[in-house]
Design a protein around this ligand. Structure first.
Ligand SMILES: Nc1ncnc2c1ncn2[C@@H]1O[C@H](COP(=O)(O)OP(=O)(O)O)[C@@H](O)[C@H]1O
Ligand SMILES: [Mg+2]
Length: 397
């Protein structure tokens, strides 16, 4: 099939040709935001799931949905090593400047901009990465104590009042939220709590790896009441079919039924893998329908492509010892695994490898579904580890 027309698009955060299987969640978040906007309470949302399940594209879609009903949004991605205040400040500024052009919100938005000025000045010492343009002078006493938890609460309160004044809501979209430091996460949760108590139209729609839920609970015990935690997983069988078939259908290309079955089973319904398989199957086929032998040719290429990109980027960030730890996990199968079993595979004690495990959790490679359990955050990573470190040399390293 013409590669120029190939509709599939594997890639982190790349919007798919068909966002399959997420309508119900999209709708529930749309309703939650619309409720907030008319002054009704609703919960913030933290979407949790493994790498490649489609959290980022869903987050962006939800943001578009919110903007479409006139809600003000900001969008940040928490990379490792940058502070939350530094990420939020410039985005908040843009949102507040926009709100300051709404006649009814103008004065309150300007007050919030003063709050932002005080916030940035007072926290600059602690968070030297804060860089934000200041439009107005600070108002003494507004968000300028130098204590993140107090100041962020005051700032979001002021921003929420401006949004309310403009008959709108402010929704903060945050991706990769698991990377935010616990104290900063605590401050964010506490600020949201205050907005909820004041019935201000502010909420967070966040996304992150599965450890996020535990991190939020550790940061503030009442996080459980403030958030919904929808789990984003592989697509159901029918949604996975749709993700493959619909984009082709739009281009008058069909699939033989066994070809679709084969892709759904090889990818286990994981969105990233569906895009990769769809892409290679399309290129392998010479005519419609795409059949099973096209898929067979595609499988080898899809696996190779994943190994070189999706899996590889994570692998390359690991130290040699971390690679051994992950390889030992893979030896035990897909997981989750008991820490004791992993330690035994490496002929070490649980205590000796605990720092290694913590480091891997920090890097977002593994997580702990239950106390003492360890699982990969990347689907099918065990199979990749066996491909990239075959044999048993790793045991004696
Ligand atoms: N619902 C979906 N249907 C089809 N493809 C999807 C869907 N969600 C995501 N994808 C595709 O999966 C890949 C990974 O999406 P991404 O949002 O980056 O995942 P995550 O943020 O969970 O790691 C992208 O190529 C995207 O186009
Ligand atoms: Mg993502």
């Amino acid at each position: 099939m013409d590669p120029v027309k190939n509709p599939y698009c594997p890639g982190a955060g790349t919007p798919p040709p068909e966002l399959a299987g997420r309508d119900a969640l999209r709708e529930s978040v749309r309703v939650a935001i619309a409720r907030l906007r008319v002054g009704n309470p609703s919960k913030s949302v933290l979407m949790v799931g493994l790498r490649g399940v489609g959290k980022t594209v869903l987050l962006d879609q939800m943001r578009n949905d919110a903007e479409a009903i006139g809600v003000h949004t900001i969008r940040v991605e928490a990379p490792e090593g940058r502070s939350l205040p530094a990420l939020l400040a410039p985005q908040l500024r843009v949102a507040l400047l926009r709100l300051s052009h709404v006649e009814k919100a103008k004065d309150l938005a300007q007050r919030a901009l003063r709050g932002l000025a005080g916030f940035a000045k007072a926290l600059k010492l602690k968070f030297s990465d804060i860089e934000v343009g200041l439009d107005l002078d600070p108002e003494p006493g507004l968000a300028d104590n130098g204590d993140l938890e107090m100041d962020l609460a005051a700032l979001l309160d002021a921003a929420g009042r401006a949004a309310k004044g403009g008959d709108t809501a402010l929704v903060i979209f945050i991706d990769e939220l698991q990377y935010v430091e616990e104290a900063e996460l605590a401050a964010l949760i506490s600020a949201l709590h205050r907005c909820t108590q004041q019935r201000l139209p502010v909420c967070v729609v966040g996304a992150g790896l599965p450890q996020l839920r535990g991190r939020a609970g550790n940061a503030k015990s009442y996080a459980e009441r403030l958030f919904d935690y929808p789990e984003i997983g592989p697509l159901s069988e029918s949604a996975a079919r749709q993700a493959l078939v619909k984009p082709a259908e739009h281009l008058a290309v069909s699939y033989a039924p066994d070809a679709v079955d084969r892709i759904v089973s090889e990818t286990r319904g994981y969105p990233y893998f569906l895009q990769e398989w769809g892409k290679w199957a399309w290129d392998a086929a010479t005519e419609s329908p795409i059949d099973e032998k096209d898929v067979e040719a595609a499988s080898a290429q899809a696996v190779a492509a994943l190994d070189e990109s999706f899996f590889r980027v994570r692998f390359d960030r690991m130290t040699p010892m971390e690679k051994r730890y992950l390889r030992a996990m893979a030896e035990l199968g897909p997981g989750p695994h008991r820490s004791g079993d992993i330690a035994a595979t490496l002929t070490r004690t649980v205590t000796a490898i605990a720092p290694l495990r913590n480091g891997l959790i920090g890097k977002g490679m593994i997580w702990s579904p239950n106390h003492g359990d360890t699982a990969f955050t990347v689907p099918l990573f065990d199979e990749f580890m066996k491909r990239i470190m075959p044999g048993d040399d790793w045991l004696v390293a």
